[in-house]
Design a protein around this ligand. Structure first.
Ligand SMILES: CC(C)(COP(=O)(O)OP(=O)(O)OC[C@H]1O[C@@H](n2cnc3c(N)ncnc32)[C@H](O)[C@@H]1OP(=O)(O)O)[C@@H](O)C(=O)NCCC(=O)NCCS
Length: 195
């Protein structure tokens, strides 16, 4: 039955255009810009992310990261994108559709980060809007989920502006910044009206 078929994306994905942003699969040539942006954004990002391994910003760790992205994509488990500004191709951040579940779920979980210098300019709103047609169309997902810490005002606003509905509250849901933290659970369904 077509509904339960798994999408096949072992080949490199085409880039995705959005409003002022372009999403594409990360590559080896992105290392220097990625490491510089993550380093410059460390204080901005670390309260909201899993603890960074000590070697996270090294070239070797980035190579491992790319291998994992490629393998996860081949296995239809996860789809990672970097976000670039369309006007000059500057790296702005990243967006991952992870933990893809097929069968009767047809669901995936959205994660995202923007570089500190580029925050609050509408870039992630544009990136999420660009990704959703890919998730519901090409990947044929039925449901895209996201979770955030209740104090993450930016993430809550982003999700609610992007048509995600708040569905619940999960205690100690993820280990963020070294602490098991409660999360608000959000989801957007394929049939939800476009935000
Ligand atoms: C969450 C995050 C990705 C948002 O990215 P962004 O590019 O700044 O988002 P946008 O500019 O598209 O803004 C989205 C909405 O959030 C609001 N917003 C952004 N930063 C905010 C802040 N610090 N406080 C309150 N609202 C904020 C914006 O005003 C906008 O709402 P509006 O259109 O109604 O005004 C970014 O803040 C980030 O990377 N944070 C650190 C990592 C993180 O939280 N990851 C997600 C974990 S769940």
């Amino acid at each position: 039955m077509a509904f339960f078929r798994t999408a096949n994306f072992s080949d490199p994905l085409p880039s995705i255009e959005g409003n002022g942003v372009m999403l594409r699969t990360p590559g080896p040539g992105d290392y220097a810009e990625w490491a510089a942006l993550r380093d410059a954004s460390r204080a901005f990002l670390t309260p909201w992310e899993p603890t960074w391994p000590a070697d996270d910003l090294t070239r070797a760790a980035f190579r491992r990261r790319l291998r994992r992205y490629a393998e996860d994509q081949r296995n239809d488990q996860s789809y990672a994108f970097f976000i670039f500004r369309s006007s000059d191709q500057v790296l702005l951040g990243g967006l991952t559709l992870a933990n893809v579940r097929r069968g009767v779920a047809q669901a995936g979980s959205l994660g995202y980060w923007i570089g500190g210098p580029y925050a609050r300019r509408g870039h992630m709103t544009a990136a999420v809007r660009a990704l959703l047609p890919f998730a519901f169309g090409a990947l044929r997902l039925h449901r895209v989920e996201a979770a955030c810490i209740p104090s993450n005002a930016a993430s809550i606003r982003l999700l609610e502006n992007s048509g995600f509905a708040r569905e619940g509250y999960a205690r100690e849901y993820l280990c963020i910044n070294g602490i098991w933290q409660d999360h608000l659970l959000y989801a957007r369904l394929q049939d939800d009206a476009r935000a």
